[in-house]
Design a protein around this ligand. Structure first.
Ligand code: ZN
Length: 160
């Protein structure tokens, strides 16, 4: 009985990752952070996945399957902006504090929830619809670590 339940869940898990019409349902971007708190520009990686998927029009959905990291879209041209955001977050939510969580990384959990675990971005003519100064960032709050970002592209083109 237990074995058949496990087999069923494994089958569902495999199905969720199987290619559908040549396009994997969920794609992953691997990220390696180098410091404790850091913004990493993943715009080009998302754009590469989009090119591979061959999607022309629709929505890209990004999701971080971690409790101490996040994703956001913000200014990519001037790195000072990322620094300012991190500086303020670290000031507002210090690493050490009157936290109950025994692992000692409560500040990272709080920052992750404030910024959020997911975002969506429109796709048009095979490109991410971003403003001139906008970039997609993976936000590390408890690095350095190996991380990943799950990406799903949804096409709004009608099937022929
Ligand atoms: Zn923790």
């Amino acid at each position: 009985m237990q074995r058949s339940i496990r087999t069923f869940y494994e089958a569902v898990k495999i199905m969720q990752h199987l290619p559908r019409e040549g396009i994997p349902v969920i794609r992953y971007i691997n990220v390696k952070s180098r410091t404790r708190t850091e913004f990493i520009d993943i715009t080009e990686k998302v754009q590469e996945l989009l090119k591979e998927a061959g999607l022309v029009s629709g929505i890209g959905y990004l999701y971080v399957p971690h409790t101490t990291a996040a994703v956001t879209i913000n200014e990519g041209a001037d790195p000072s902006v990322q620094r300012d955001i991190l500086t303020l977050l670290n000031r507002m939510i210090p690493f050490e504090g009157d936290y109950l969580h025994k692992e000692g990384n409560s500040s990272a959990h709080i920052k992750a929830s404030l910024i959020g675990p997911s975002l969506s971005v429109m796709i048009d003519e095979g490109r991410l619809v971003l403003g001139t100064w906008q970039s997609v960032f993976f936000c590390e709050f408890d690095g350095p670590r190996h991380r990943r970002v799950a990406v799903k592209f949804l096409s709004d083109k009608k099937m022929p």
